[in-house]
Design a protein around this ligand. Structure first.
Ligand code: SAM
Length: 268
């Protein structure tokens, strides 16, 4: 096979450390869901995944798509493997889901769109579990618990939509070819499919965490009436000096319900 030159614009860092591949495989949930892989690349992870389950993969790079078509000819013929050429975010805009039935997302994601991909997967009702490699800094934001430095709007969204969100392992740059500039991490999110969040609440969270080091009350006062907020905080026993990372995820839902019920529906 001709040597493949990694394309930076597609976030191509191919995972070479097989121990990380096995760690991902070992963490696969024990269910009959299909697997959706985003960015199969040269197919190293895909080769392991198809041994256990049926896989649908989305690859945006036409050159890699052609290589994968040859490499997985048997699996494609037997319908164990379905390979789609295109931008995965377009698929979500067109169809709201990456697969028609229940699926688990397992992938070494392109980092430049990793946050968007995870947020879409959290919203996708057919997706039950998410096991993905992303930049460690972003991984920390998704999995942080209340009180931790990395606790952010992404942590709150994840906690409200999942039963579990943890980091499985940290992966150094040397495990990839070419090596990325930063550490990576594999995270596992088991979703709670009974839960959903509306866009108004997500916008509200952006306001809450707009200045993470300032107090929450100050951030919220840029949009809502300060006196009313003070009453709500007192009713809910939240200190007026609390910073955004010190407030539990469930309290954010309650604050939102109260500020919107008070006739100040957040709509910007
Ligand atoms: N899975 C391979 C591995 O572990 O070595 C490659 C992972 S590499 C970090 C990211 C992959 O995502 C590349 O194959 C890249 O071409 C693909 N990709 C980038 N942007 C994409 C997009 N918008 N839609 C689908 N695939 C994309």
């Amino acid at each position: 096979m001709k040597k493949v030159v990694a394309k930076k614009k597609f976030g191509q860092n191919f995972l070479k450390d097989r121990s990380v591949l096995y760690k991902i495989i070992q963490s696969m949930p024990n269910n009959t869901n299909r697997i959706v892989e985003i960015g199969p690349g040269l197919g190293d992870l895909t080769k392991e995944l198809v041994k256990y389950k049926d896989v649908t993969a989305y690859e945006v790079d036409r050159d890699l798509y052609s290589i994968l078509q040859v490499e997985f000819i048997k699996e494609l013929d037997s319908n164990k493997f379905d390979l789609i050429l295109g931008d995965v975010l377009d698929q979500w805009s067109l169809k709201n889901s990456l697969y028609d039935g229940k699926y688990d997302l397992i992938a070494n994601l392109p980092y430049y769109i990793a946050t968007n991909i995870i947020l879409n997967a959290l919203d996708d009702n057919n997706c039950e579990n998410i096991i993905v490699m992303i930049q460690k800094e972003v991984a920390d934001k998704f999995t942080a618990k209340c009180g931790e430095k990395a606790y952010s709007s992404l942590s709150v969204i994840t906690q409200l939509l999942s039963k579990e969100a943890t980091t499985l392992c940290v992966v150094p740059p040397i495990s990839f070819e070419p090596p990325p500039k930063v550490d990576s991490a594999v995270i596992y999110i088991q979703k709670d499919l009974t839960k959903s969040l509306n866009n108004g609440f997500k916008k509200f969270l952006k306001v809450c965490f707009s200045q993470p080091r300032k107090v929450l009350l100050k951030n919220l006062s840029s949009v809502f009436d300060k006196k009313q907020l003070q009453i709500i905080f007192e009713e809910m026993d939240i200190k007026p000096t609390a910073r955004p990372h010190e407030v539990d995820a469930s309290l954010y839902s309650h604050i939102y319900t109260k500020v919107t019920n008070n006739g100040r529906k957040y709509s910007s």
